[in-house]
Design a protein. Structure first.
Length: 250
């Protein structure tokens, strides 16, 4: 019997994408899933669009928050309301290929893994692939992950029979997804990478230098404050991280 996958999508003013996102999940070749769309007090018409889908498919659930608290808490809300054995995160503007769930679950079973992720391709505003593909390693440990932020949120799946939900719960820090992967790996787990493009990471046409500065500050904060790494070890990982970040974007 197929095992239930809970797909958690934080939604905030995603009305332009949300119908496409839901239809994309409905086209998955693996059909034993529930879709938890956690609306974080959106101000657009996204909530109404979600409600229309809920009336058509009982696998689709709207969770409406009473106040805006950000993506991390939206994901956590969905996590603790999820009924599935498996947890998959999906951002509302990213795109899954139709066999994403099926292939990752097969890979997870094959490797007897608790945590898997896949490769992905950068896309433009319309989620058309740009040809810039991020390849992923077969496995990644905590020490390796500190300098290689190749685990992308919309690619991950967790087995909650092997990883407690409290470990998957995201902290209230910037780059909370990366902090979560590190927390899980630090607790002795290994993440297994399926080196196949199964996700399109939709990105805006313009990449502002200020966004790069924000990313630099966030990763440094994770090293020093969250992981409490020494200054030399933080610098070591930062240099490797910066080199890898550049390579992924050229």
């Amino acid at each position: 019997m197929d095992k239930l996958v809970s797909i958690i999508v934080p939604v905030y003013n995603a009305g332009a994408y949300i119908e496409e996102t839901i239809e994309m999940v409905c086209r998955q070749t693996y059909t034993c899933w529930e879709l938890l769309l956690v609306d974080d007090c959106s101000k657009d018409d996204g909530k109404e669009k979600i409600e229309a889908f809920c009336c058509r498919d009982e696998r689709i659930r709207l969770i409406a928050k009473e106040k805006n608290e950000g993506a991390a808490l939206a994901r956590n809300t969905g996590l603790f309301k999820a009924e599935g054995r498996y947890i998959a995160f999906l951002d509302a503007d990213d795109v899954w290929l139709p066999e994403k769930l099926e292939k990752e679950l097969h890979f997870m079973e094959e490797k007897k893994a608790a945590f898997v992720f896949s490769g992905y391709e950068f896309g433009d505003e319309s989620a058309r692939g740009t040809g810039k593909v991020v390849k992923v390693p077969e496995t990644i440990t905590y020490r390796e992950a500190l300098s290689r932020t190749v685990i992308f949120t919309s690619t991950v799946i967790f087995d909650t029979e092997k990883i407690d939900k409290k470990l998957i719960e995201m902290p209230l820090v910037k780059s909370e997804d990366t902090a979560t992967w590190w927390k899980i790996l630090r607790n002795g787990y290994t993440a297994y990478g399926l080196n196949e493009v199964l996700v399109i990471y939709r990105r805006p046409g313009k990449s502002l230098s200020s966004n790069k500065l924000v990313a630099i500050k966030r990763i440094w904060n994770l090293y020093r404050k969250e992981e409490q790494l020494s200054l030399p070890y933080s610098i070591y990982n930062f240099v490797l991280w910066a080199f890898g970040a550049v390579l992924r974007r050229i």
